[in-house]
Design a protein around this ligand. Structure first.
Ligand code: SAM
Length: 293
């Protein structure tokens, strides 16, 4: 079949052929916009032989183009109806390769997956491994955090998600979207908000617009010595966004003068708000608090 899966025509035909219904509970919104799929693949830098982990292939809109771009794909899926459809609808032959050489599906919840075991006899761990996915939106944040802290080295994540979450993870300090999620991601990753995707690019259309974000591990890791304390402080600092940092730190540092001294030592205004501090300033803050304990 020469019409790409990532088109309304072919997607409708597949949905009808298998009497399938997009499962809302699994966040199924299929991409039906070929230029967008190609843009995702270009952002991911997929070339012949790229080793790609895909999360949620669905009926294969993105998978098909990944394969045609030369990728070797390992896909995680939970919907038991999909493997048969994928093996029927994806191209049986890609250049000199059979589908089986280039595509493997693992029927497992991505949040429970053990990447090291799953890739062992499939990917060359000495070559880069990347993730490309149109995520199931109901678990966007846990998936990103799991991928970031994966025991296998993932050199780049190219992820489609709700625009609102994309804005939060790529936010600069002093902006409205900046918060604990921004810091949790940006302390380890270089984040690039690549482009927006309108809800009409999907079938069925989701209720929100989407965006593609490219994440890469920071080349120069930030040094955070007491990570638990750091995380606790960030959480506390943003516990009441409209209050000052000073106010939010009350439960941790009870003495008023001690709080004032802390802010003075860091050259921070006593009325500074939590979103005004950069990640480096949060690192300094937690270091100072640790020293004063
Ligand atoms: N990649 C396809 C596309 O772009 O058209 C489908 C994307 S759809 C937004 C999300 C996919 O993730 C669905 O196929 C869904 O069944 C799958 N999914 C949902 N929860 C999952 C989980 N916990 N682990 C793995 N896949 C999951």
């Amino acid at each position: 079949n020469s019409i790409p899966i990532a088109t309304p025509l072919r997607t409708r035909a597949i949905v009808n052929r298998y009497f399938m219904k997009a499962k809302k509970s699994l966040g199924q919104n299929f991409l039906v916009d070929l230029p967008i799929v190609k843009k995702i693949i270009a952002s991911a830098g997929v070339v012949e032989g790229s080793q790609v982990i895909e999360i949620g292939p669905g009926i294969g809109s993105l998978t098909e183009q990944l394969l045609l771009a030369g990728a070797k794909v390992l896909a995680y899926e939970v919907d038991p109806d999909l493997p048969d459809i994928l093996y029927n609808e994806l191209p049986a032959q890609i250049g000199n390769y059979e589908l089986n050489d280039r595509f493997r599906i693992i029927m497992k919840d991505i949040l429970k997956a053990d990447f090291a075991t799953d890739i062992a006899d499939y990917f060359d761990v000495n070559q880069p491994i990347i993730v490309v996915a149109n995520l199931p939106y109901y678990i966007t944040t846990p998936i990103i955090l799991k991928l970031m802290h994966s025991p296998i080295k993932i050199s780049q994540l190219t992820l489609m998600m709700q625009k609102e979450v994309a804005e939060r993870i790529s936010a600069a300090h002093k902006s409205k979207a900046y918060g604990p999620l921004t810091i949790a991601v940006k302390k380890d990753m270089d984040v690039d908000f690549a482009f927006e995707v309108k809800r009409t690019s999907f079938m069925p259309s989701p209720k929100v617009d989407s965006a593609v974000v490219v994440l890469k591990p920071l080349e120069h890791k930030l040094l955070i010595e007491h990570e638990d304390l750091f995380n606790q402080i960030v959480k506390l600092a943003f516990s009441q966004r409209r209050k000052t940092l000073n106010n939010n730190l009350k439960s941790l540092i009870k003495d008023k003068d001690a709080r004032q001294k802390l802010l003075n030592d860091l050259n921070l205004d006593s009325n500074i708000r939590p979103e005004e501090l950069s990640i480096l300033q949060y690192i300094e803050l937690s270091k100072k608090i640790f020293e004063q304990r």
